[in-house]
Design a protein around this ligand. Sequence first.
Ligand SMILES: Cc1ncc(COP(=O)(O)O)c(C=O)c1O
Length: 503
Amino acid sequence: MTILDGQQKAPLYEAIVNYSEGRKISFHTPGHKHGRGIPKIFQQYVGEKIFRLDLSVMQEIDSLHEPNSVIKEAQILAAKAYGAEYSFFLVNGTTGGNQAMILSTCNPGDKIIIPRNAHKSVISAVILAGAEPIYIMPKIDDQLNVILNLTPDQVREACQAHPDAKAVLITNPTYFGLTTDLEAIAEIVHRDDKILLVDEAHGPHYHFHPAFPKSAMSSGADMCVQSTHKHLSALSQGSMLHVQGFRVDILRLKTTLQMLQTTSPSYIILSSLDLTRRQMALEGETLWTRVIDMCEQTRKKINQISGLHCLTRDEIKSKSSLDLDITKLTISSKDINISGYDLAKILSSEYGIQVELSDFHNLLVFVSIGNTNKEMKYFSQALRKILIDYKDMIVNQKKRKSINFPQFMPKKVVNPRKALTGVTRKIPFKRSIGKICSEIVCPYPPGIPVLCPGEVVTQEIYSYLMSVLDSGARVNGQSDGRLQTIKVLDEVQMDDDQTALLL
Ligand SMILES: Cc1ncc(COP(=O)(O)O)c(C=O)c1O
């Protein structure tokens, strides 16, 4: 990758260092006053300097809400590096970014097409906006045991069925690194005069290496959000929102961001975004080439271990129009009698290895520029050794019960915001059949909500959730973790049309 104009600079980081070196007397926030008030135990462990960079909004270091100097410059450099027209630094992660995208696009009652397994920040944003979600159920590949990303055909069908939808939101990639043909989707969505929003939480690196799937901005999306902190080197909470084209109302977006973000953003997080952009623009391709090589070698080694399988790009490509981010290692133990949970526990307790996620059949491993060759070798050796050491347990352990993925889409009879903010009652779950759910009920795996606010509980849903609980899987989102009770909408609040839909 060629060095881009001006990308050697890190204007925001340079400004906060300069300010802190000036050693001004602080009669302003934050209250720790350059770290002097910080509890000693904290300072002794992390050192002094970091606290001197923890500043508040001042002329010399600009303001996130109304940037006109170094933050503005840093955001312009980010836009250039990421191929966007505008970039915005975020301090509440992609959660805040998803909320900003949706709230600046949808008015109450507007339809928005989203994947059923969208991140909860997307669902919460739809609720906050009072929008009408149109869910697309992702397909599941039973052989590879992964939830696939949405295909252009699925998006086309949804757009045809809902010509009045305002926007389409795609999660690209999925948590497991599966990407779709976003260029084709952009064409479909734009032909219908809708806005394409992309939750690119797990793809902030795509723009910096040609071997990665195409980024949302290069595919023609109108707006996307990336968790710069998840896969690049920004500090936790640091994300970016990128925009291009004429469909997004920039003024409304800026106002929405001001409504959602703190008025006291961390300059340390903001500077880490500035420095990460600089690092990627200058060295991104070199750094990621090393990671890609490490991941491919490790994938091969794991695939030589009998009983384990690490998902490959070719498998995904040969089965669908989808692609895979090869820096995500999805390792399946489906064919042998050890669960992903057990493997993760053993890796942690015996080998000091912490993976991103584990479920019944899988381990999910994220690899980034901070990982070393030595760590990767150690990891594959650890897996090989576990399968030898635990051979007897694997042979003798009771066969794991597996659960089928839900394939049904519940009937939505009330707008999710109304269902959430209406008068609700907590009732025994077994008595909820026929009632309208007022919370999210989402078993993990696979992380696809079975019920969202405003949807009707049926016998089929009840039985499915009971079998999920029985298998030992987690069910998240609802107020009662064991699902003995559930919050439902008080029918007194329903109008005649809604009651009719229930029948
Ligand atoms: C697909 C997706 N979108 C959004 C988020 C939220 O990102 P953040 O943690 O940066 O708020 C996550 C977090 O895991 C995610 O997986």
